[in-house]
Design a protein around this ligand. Structure first.
Ligand SMILES: *[C@@H]1O[C@H](CO)[C@@H](O)[C@H](O)[C@H]1NC(C)=O
Ligand SMILES: *[C@@H]1O[C@H](CO)[C@@H](O)[C@H](O)[C@H]1NC(C)=O
Ligand SMILES: *[C@@H]1O[C@H](CO)[C@@H](O)[C@H](O)[C@H]1NC(C)=O
Length: 445
């Protein structure tokens, strides 16, 4: 009987070399989990040290209005659980095993700035890797919707820092500490069509709650907007509309024509730009800060509005002067570098009608003659009044012409000034695109 036990015992001891690789795994598991209690924290002589980093980060969408960013991330956690160490020489040199994560103690962290967290692997499908040293590696893919405070001042040339913030719900730093590592070189990070993800920073810190410090980890996504969409859909049309409407408002030569057309032109372009401003407003969260693009459109709207009012004022002033039949004063003409003597040349026929008064002396002598004279007088009077009218008309025409010359000067001047201002506004706006990307703030969440 004793001999039999001895033989079986000997068989058990020498068995491993005989069988295949699978059985080492089950032997290891059988041995290390024999008296393992996963409810107990793997204390050594201090807190559990968890090493964390992020190896996958994909931005799915960023909803500026709602200040929500959605990602798929995968991050790794490594820690030591000395109870799960083994001597590989005893198991034909096997150094690693893979077990379901439900079999071991896991560090528990939660994403505290998320609206929604979806683990992509259910607990019974997720595994951990155990090393013979007692190290454990866990890789957790997750789909997250996190709150991200969008800063819109520089829109559409803005950069955003959006964080996934994890915190320990219960264990304090005497029980668990976390070391954060920068993502490895071969990790995969990508933005989407609108956002370029150019860096991820891993930051670790501690926070105080109810008198005890607990660990906190931030994965900070550095995002930069690709502004082409807004440049083509909003900035280019705004610039073209404003440039053309300023050209229309101050186009020289049309000052003698109806200026009302200019008002409707100006109002039409204001309306168009207000619609564009509405598109910008719709894409932005409602806050106190007006985005840069909003300022640009507002400035262009103001330019057009001021242009229309200046044009209208000129129209009113010119109308008044023309009604009063006043020509522009010499000083005014000099002010606009126009030759004042040229316009003093009157084109109106001014010689007065010759009126012989000897006839009136003789009117009693010959009534026939007087009758003829009366007829002649009547004809002459008609002729005179016709001439007067003609003269007035020509005079008015001349005055109108003079004023239109003066306002033509004005129009040239303001056309130049406003187009330059319009270009300057565009240049200042586009200049911001070359600003360096801002530094990472200390407070992100
Ligand atoms: C595992 O070991 C058992 C005996 O302990 C043996 O019957 C079985 O064939 C082995 N399986 C493999 C895959 O080697
Ligand atoms: C965690 O990082 C430290 C420092 O790099 C290292 O000494 C330790 O072995 C790491 N722990 C694990 C489980 O990899
Ligand atoms: C990414 O961020 C880290 C630290 O925040 C920094 O050292 C590194 O230079 C950054 N990389 C790029 C490409 O900006």
């Amino acid at each position: 009987m004793l001999l039999l036990f001895g033989v079986i015992g000997a068989c058990l001891m020498t068995a491993p070399p005989v069988y295949g690789h699978y059985n080492e795994t089950s032997l290891i598991l059988r041995d290390i989990f024999a008296d393992y209690d996963k409810r107990v924290i793997p204390f050594t002589h201090g807190p559990v040290m968890v090493n964390m980093t992020i190896v996958l980060g994909i931005l799915i969408e960023l909803r500026e209005n709602e200040q929500i960013a959605a990602y798929v991330i995968s991050h790794t956690q490594r820690w030591y659980d000395k109870r799960l160490a083994w001597n590989p020489t005893k198991y034909r040199g096997q150094k690693e095993v893979i077990v379901p994560q439900s079999m071991v103690w896991l560090p528990k962290l939660f994403v505290y700035n998320s609206l929604e967290t979806n683990e992509m692997l259910t607990p019974n499908r997720a595994d951990v890797r155990l090393y013979h040293t007692g190290a454990i590696k866990l890789n957790m893919p997750e789909k997250l919707s996190c709150i991200c405070r969008i800063e819109t001042e520089m829109f559409p040339f803005d950069s955003q820092f959006c964080a996934v913030a994890l915190a320990s719900p219960l264990l304090n730093i005497e029980e668990m500490v976390v070391q954060a590592f920068s993502p490895p070189k071969d990790s995969y990070f990508t933005g989407n069509t609108e956002w370029h993800l150019f860096n991820i920073t891993v930051r670790h810190m501690e926070f105080l709650e109810e008198g005890e410090y607990r660990v906190e980890i931030h994965y900070i996504f550095h995002l930069q907007r690709r502004p082409i969409y807004y440049l083509t859909v909003i900035v280019a049309p705004t610039f073209l509309i404003s440039a053309l409407s300023i050209l229309g408002i101050f186009s020289p030569g049309s000052s003698d024509g109806p200026r009302n057309e200019k008002v409707s032109l100006g109002l039409g372009s204001l309306l168009a730009m207000t619609v564009l401003l509405g598109i910008v407003a719709g894409a932005m969260p409602k806050s106190n800060a007006i985005p840069l693009l909003g300022y640009y459109i507002l400035i262009v709207i103001c330019l057009c509005a001021v242009g229309v009012s200046i044009s209208m004022t000129f129209l009113a002033i010119a109308k008044q002067y023309i009604q009063r039949n006043e020509t522009p004063s010499r000083n005014m003409l000099r002010l606009f570098l126009m030759n004042p003597d040229r316009k003093r040349r009157s084109t109106v026929y001014r010689t007065s009608f010759y009126r012989p008064d000897f006839i009136s002396l003789d009117k009693m002598k010959s009534p026939e003659l007087f009758a003829i004279y009366a007829v002649l007088e009547e004809i002459a009077e008609t002729q005179r009044s016709f001439r007067r009218k003609q003269e007035q008309k020509m005079n008015r025409k001349m005055v109108e012409h003079e004023w239109s010359r003066v306002f033509g000067r004005f129009d040239h001047f303001f056309l130049f000034v406003f187009e330059v201002l319009n270009l300057a506004a565009l240049a200042v706006f586009l200049r911001v695109a070359w600003f360096p990307t801002p530094e990472l703030r200390t407070q992100v969440v």
